[in-house]
Write a protein that binds this ligand. Sequence first.
Ligand code: PLP
Length: 491
Amino acid sequence: MDQEKENSQQDIFRSLPKVDEVIAAIEAREAGASTLPEVHADAEEPTHIPRSVLLASVRLTLDTLRTAISEKRRTTPVTLEEVRAAAVAFAAIAMQPSMRRVINATGIIVHTNLGRSVLAPVAVKAAAEAAAAYSTLEYDHRRGIRGSRHDHIESLLCELTGAEAALAVNNNAAAVMMCIACFSRGKEAIVSRGQLVEIGGSFRVPDIMAESGAKMVEVGTTNKTHAADYERAINENTGLLLKVHSSNYRVVGFTAEVELEELVAIGAKHNIPVMEDQGSGVLIDLSKYGIPYEPTVGEAVAAGATVVTFSGDKLLGGPQAGIIVGKKEAIARLKKHPLARALRLDKMTIAALEATLMLYRDEAVAVREIPTLRALTMNAEECQFKTGRFAHALEVAIAENNLFAEVSFEVIDDIARAGGGSLPLAEIPTRVVALEFKSLSVDAVERSLRVDSQIPIIARIHDGRLLFDPRTFIEGDVEIVVEELCRILSR
Ligand SMILES: *Cc1c(COP(=O)(O)O)cnc(C)c1O
């Protein structure tokens, strides 16, 4: 009996084709595909697989089978066609880009894991143009001389915030680090204990201080810091007074913070620069759209801060960037700092940022054209319309595919979030579609939408139902989500 089993395992091993045989089979099929499109038009299989991918996929397939055979999970002979198909499937996965578009149905507008802000169409166009052709990146075409990459956005930022000068680098963490290094390396930087924040895991004020070469001096307590606390800590070695906007949390109750104006007055008295890390990059007052009031960058500039830093891809709604606006002399020093070169922006980002900022010249245009602002400021009527359109498309598809026995749904009230560590207390009333499945589990549907869809769809499970907030949909998403849902439910 044992002998017989051993033999059969040997036979199964012997049935494994050689690497070259599998490759020849795949190539024969590929060659056929170009002459016999009708016969071999198989959308699931890539039409041409690069040799390196092919080899790795075939080896992976054969290794997987070998392991299965030796562990006796595989007890029948292997066919060439089976190995060919499996290798092509592995190759198809390997040939898919890792960085892919997804559909955000979460209602979290600035979703850091999903890439924060979606760019306005003009910003997309500007970035694509900068990528596809030569540009005026560091060239003054009117005068025929070398230009500066900083020039494209500086005057716009000054116009929009009232600052004397401006500079943009890779992201806000970089902007903060560069400012601290520039003004207080080897010196002391004073910050309130209530502002020693962590933003998104790896950005912690104490760590950034250490990396920037400044000695952090904490003043006050977690809930209360007074002007006198700063005054007492100031000495001849103080290089900077730092205020960090508590963008992703709030200390509520018995609290006190020193207002920026007051900090600026203290700084002026002792001739020490004052920096505010504003974070979210709010350029217009959003409170008139029902969003909780958040001080704008312009207000921090008007309060007299030496420099104000903020992100380009949070509430500003542009590409990833760290923007620094402030006094002329301070920005001039920053531009000459070695980190300015190390942290500089690339041409696509500069183009997208300039295009986004240009939209802010007219607030109504900014709110309409910038997807982040649009999703944030959407009124109840627009929200109801967008969700209603999705619900209607879903209802029609369920009827057409006769899926009444598989799914039911209703439109309910829910809360959308600004996300990205911005406006932590803002509860944005929204309308979502809540789906309930009859035979499939909600986890299985959620997973299939993420993993098996042509475009991964990210939805949220709540109380055994799958919620879709179309607030964060972009054009065309409704049709894709409806189609993928029907595909899963029809299986
Ligand atoms: C988000 C944020 C940062 C980090 O900005 P990135 O653009 O993610 O680098 C720093 N400070 C504050 C206050 C923030 O809100």
